[in-house]
Design a protein around this ligand. Structure first.
Ligand code: SF4
Length: 291
């Protein structure tokens, strides 16, 4: 049996950057607050906690003053920065540059088109930190669409500016765009009243075709990810679509050696929030099973 680790798996560059920022500070100062989970991966959080990272909730953040706080790759709404300013909190901004650019675009489109009664529509998960940061650019004066059902919230007689959370499924975003265009046309409006920004991250959409090929090249796929990772759920679904012998694990102990029966090639891959070292641990475990 051959064991292959997906060469494209491991942290995306946004997560790599924020983890490096944290490590650098922890190396010097041995303590750092981080607002929310630095990455949707319990194993990596545990490793960083051992170096001195302290994950805090929004409520805890609101009680802090005169300290240093790391903002993770998902970004934050403007009120977080305002609270920091008012309370002598030094922000170490680990917001991914792609998310920062999207935040500025939404803020600009909202400000410039407010007078035309334009609606800012964000396709994403409303409880996701990135979406809260994006919605914050409009003072939460936007419509969040999680599925086709939410499209009734849009007024199709008014202009629509549409964006997506960076880790959403590109195929589902296409469906959302097409239904909005159809409804605009049904209302007798010109489809140019919708301006769509394809804001799905290339690190996610570009990985899908490579991941599918990797899944086809292997008999069994072990997908390592935290259950909390939305990107993990999306990418695992892509694995399952092309290889039904794909298995999701967040702990080595979840691996069932029965999964490997008659497999000649076993592929190990994961989400953009899965550390490479976890994939290597899975490989080590599998190699031990072969002895
Ligand atoms: S998935 Fe893309 S947008 Fe999100 S943190 Fe990674 S690089 Fe940045």
């Amino acid at each position: 049996m051959k064991i292959n680790i997906d060469p494209y798996a491991g942290f995306c560059f946004g997560v790599t950057k924020v983890v490096e920022m944290a490590e650098e500070i922890l190396h010097r100062e041995h303590h750092l607050y981080c607002l929310g989970d630095i990455v949707h991966n319990a194993k990596e959080i545990e490793r960083l906690k051992n170096l001195g990272l302290e994950i805090i909730s929004n409520d805890q953040f609101l009680k802090l003053s005169s300290c240093k706080v790391l903002i993770r790759a998902h970004g934050e709404p403007p009120e977080t920065y305002q609270h920091a300013l008012n309370n002598n909190i030094e922000i170490v901004d680990g917001t991914c540059p792609i998310v920062l650019k999207l935040q500025s675009k939404i803020e600009k489109d909202y400000t410039e088109n407010y007078s035309t009664r334009a609606q800012i529509v964000i396709y994403g998960r409303k409880d996701h930190a990135e979406v809260r940061g994006l919605a914050g650019q409009t003072g939460n004066n936007c419509i969040i669409v999680e599925s086709l059902r939410d499209l009734d919230k849009i007024d199709y007689h008014r202009p629509v500016f549409l964006y997506a959370q960076t880790t959403m499924n590109p195929g589902n975003f296409e469906k959302i765009i097409s239904v909005i265009n159809k409804r605009i046309a049904e209302e007798g409006m010109a489809t140019r009243t919708m301006k769509c920004t394809n804001s799905i991250c290339g690190q996610v959409s570009g990985r899908i075709p490579r991941l599918k090929k990797f899944c086809l090249d292997n008999d069994v796929i072990i997908f390592g990810s935290s259950k909390k990772s939305s990107n993990g759920r999306l990418l695992f679904q892509q694995c399952r679509n092309v290889n039904e012998r794909s298995y999701f694990v967040s702990e080595i102990s979840e691996i069932d050696p029965e999964w490997l029966r008659n497999a000649l090639m076993v592929g190990i891959t994961g989400a953009t929030s899965t550390p490479r070292w976890f994939l290597e641990e899975i490989a080590l475990f599998l190699r031990r099973q072969l002895k």
